[in-house]
Design a protein around this ligand. Structure first.
Ligand SMILES: NC(=O)c1ccc[n+]([C@@H]2O[C@H](COP(=O)([O-])OP(=O)(O)OC[C@H]3O[C@@H](n4cnc5c(N)ncnc54)[C@H](OP(=O)(O)O)[C@@H]3O)[C@@H](O)[C@H]2O)c1
Length: 430
């Protein structure tokens, strides 16, 4: 058999340990598939003394992660430290400059610095692979770079964060509110101690940035995404949505609108009986619409040791086979400067949840404001009858622009009878 592909792994946490575990479990099969063995020639993590649940005694430990980028016996640097700057970025840059291929799961790094890193890889004639950065065990990067390469992609949308999907699913099935379910998710290890990256939508937006660049052949631009997380979603919203035939999902959506691309990351209502409506718990799902494929859906575990390490291995097998593609599917100089559409141009039906004083005339005032903005009401639900207590009023609208709904709800929020800022969610039926 051919000489091994020699890899140096920086980071032996959830994903790094998973990569070691896969190689220890399936090393022989992988060598047969790849045409050569994949051999670990250097490892590093922050704390050498830390107890790990994998046996790393036979691998060479290096004290400085950057030394992996300089090592003569390393062909591929596997960066599994994480973080958009700092050691991870330094390591990846140094490895590429030293003409070593890089495999990483680091979506934050790619969303922020993907273009510069892709260019650096090309300048040095090496590969930058990142299948594990988006949707764990779902091979969506490969699908976009290769499987769908014959299409003009029109839209891509999906559930890209398992933690949020788990929280929303649990809120629905248990009827509990966000804070209680988040606490439980943290106890179970589904949410980080600092959950903000997940629940505020940043993590999913990093992934959407990468997918959007791949789908449309444009420069990755994290700042062009409108991001709203799930903190303001209440158990009541989820129950009302259910009553209306919908589930609430945190959706990443990127699609062509005229000559522009609109990207958004926000909680939306989707029909219960739709494919997205039935994706529950920690699962992710991505839909891709192309002019020749029509629509394709990929679903699976979006994170965790096994699925993410499996994606890292797929990239390593590609490199062992001598298979190299530009990072974003085409040379970085060919990546376009996208015209990003304002999300205000998006047309859809809307869900509005108002907390109002139970007084005569409130509904008439709200209806009049909606009418003034040309927004027609599809359904209205009012719950509770108590002149001393605020009550919930839920309205769904026919299609209107986000600009109009924002204008109308700003006026509605200013009514003296409206107790809290309204919750406004897009209804997406795709
Ligand atoms: N976990 C997932 O399900 C998942 C899914 C998709 C993508 N990812 C991405 O995969 C990457 C790794 O995530 P993870 O969950 O495996 O993280 P993790 O469990 O926190 O592991 C991080 C590893 O990096 C090491 N490390 C931290 N700072 C370091 C430094 N300055 N120098 C050298 N090593 C350092 C840690 O060392 P010690 O072990 O000694 O503390 C640890 O081994 C991240 O980019 C993440 O976004 C993770």
């Amino acid at each position: 058999m051919a000489n091994p592909l020699r890899i140096g792994i920086a980071g032996l946490g959830t994903v790094g340990a998973g990569v070691v575990r896969i190689l220890q479990t399936h090393g022989d099969d992988i060598a047969r598939r790849a045409g050569k063995p994949i051999a670990i020639t250097a490892i590093n993590a922050k704390d050498k003394k830390k107890k790990r649940d994998i046996d790393i005694s036979k691998y060479k430990w290096v004290d400085d992660p950057l030394a992996i980028a300089d090592a003569k016996d390393v062909d591929v640097v596997v960066e599994l430290i994480g973080g958009e700057d700092g050691t991870a970025k330094e390591l990846v840059e140094r490895a590429l400059k030293n003409k070593k291929h890089v495999v990483t799961a680091n979506k934050a790094l790619l969303a922020r610095h993907g273009l510069a890193l892709a260019k650096l890889a090309e300048d040095n004639n090496v590969s930058l692979n990142f299948e594990a950065s988006v949707a764990g065990g779902i091979p969506i990067i490969k699908a976009l770079r290769e499987g769908f390469a014959g299409n003009r992609i029109e839209a891509l949308f999906g559930i890209l964060n398992g933690t949020c999907n788990y929280i929303l699913s649990e809120m629905r099935t248990s009827g509990r509110d966000f804070v209680a379910v988040l606490k439980e998710a943290q106890k179970k290890g589904y949410a980080e101690a600092d959950p903000s990256f997940d629940v505020d939508g940043i993590d999913a937006a990093h992934k959407l940035t990468i997918l959007s660049a791949l789908a449309f052949g444009v420069k990755p631009d994290f700042d062009a995404i409108d991001i709203t997380g799930i903190r303001r979603i209440t158990a009541k919203d989820i129950a009302f949505a259910g009553e209306l035939g919908y589930r609430i999902k945190l959706l990443g959506i990127t699609r062509r609108i005229g000559g522009k691309i609109a990207q958004s990351l926000e909680p939306c209502l989707v029909p219960i009986d739709s494919a997205l409506g039935s994706v529950e718990g920690v699962f992710n799902a991505v839909f891709v619409e192309g002019d020749f494929i029509d629509r394709a859906m990929l679903e699976g575990r979006g994170a965790g040791q096994g699925p993410t390490a499996s994606a890292v291995m797929a990239d390593l097998v590609d490199l062992a086979r001598g298979y190299h593609l530009p990072a974003f599917g085409l040379p970085s100089r060919e990546l376009g400067n996208s015209k990003w559409a304002s999300t205000e141009d998006i047309i859809s039906s809307q869900y509005i949840h108002l907390i109002v004083s139970d007084q005569p005339g409130v509904i008439a005032d709200v209806s009049a404001i909606l009418r003034d903005f040309g927004i027609s009401i599809e359904t209205m639900i009012q719950r509770g009858r108590d002149p001393n207590q605020p009550v919930s009023v839920v309205i769904t609208t026919h299609e209107c622009s986000l600009k109009d709904i924002r204008g109308a709800t700003a006026k509605i929020a200013a009514l003296s009878t409206v107790a809290e800022p309204p919750t406004v969610l897009r209804i997406e039926t795709f």
